[in-house]
Ligand binder design. Structure first.
Ligand SMILES: [Zn+2]
Ligand SMILES: [Zn+2]
Length: 129
């Protein structure tokens, strides 16, 4: 069986990635850290094992900002695009907005974290397909 492969990158193309295999925990998040990291009210996350993610753009690995005691937020040093989070543990969280193909079924979010941090007029309907 062919492994599913995903690709994506930042706004300027300096940071590019591929990720292969099982997608972990696709979810949306409206926490204040996601909001400030991106400027967006809600982010869509998908997780991969660190070993499954390859940074293959001209910039190599993204720049990091230490955002908590277990994880760092990743971004492009040239264009500033938010790319995700690289945990100290074996997990990389990638942001769906950077994916080349965003509509694949395996990437569909199944839950929404920190719903209460979003403005009440901002509706996320992750259950409609
Ligand atoms: Zn960039
Ligand atoms: Zn968040």
């Amino acid at each position: 069986m062919k492994k599913l492969e995903y690709s994506g990158g930042c706004l300027c193309g300096y940071i590019r990635f591929t990720a292969a295999g099982e997608v972990g925990d696709p979810h949306t998040c409206s926490c204040s850290m996601c909001q400030q990291h991106s400027g967006a009210l809600t982010l869509c996350w998908v997780e991969f094992p660190k070993a499954a993610v390859h940074w293959n753009g001209p910039g190599g690995t993204p720049s990091l900002f230490r955002s908590s005691d277990y994880s760092s937020r990743a971004f492009c040093p040239q264009c500033g695009s938010s790319l995700g989070a690289i945990d100290d543990g074996p997990t990389v969280g990638l942001l769906l907005g950077n994916f080349d193909s965003k509509n694949r079924k395996s990437l569909h979010p199944v839950s929404h974290s920190f719903v209460s941090s979003r403005p009440h007029w901002w509706k996320i309907d992750i259950h409609s397909k």
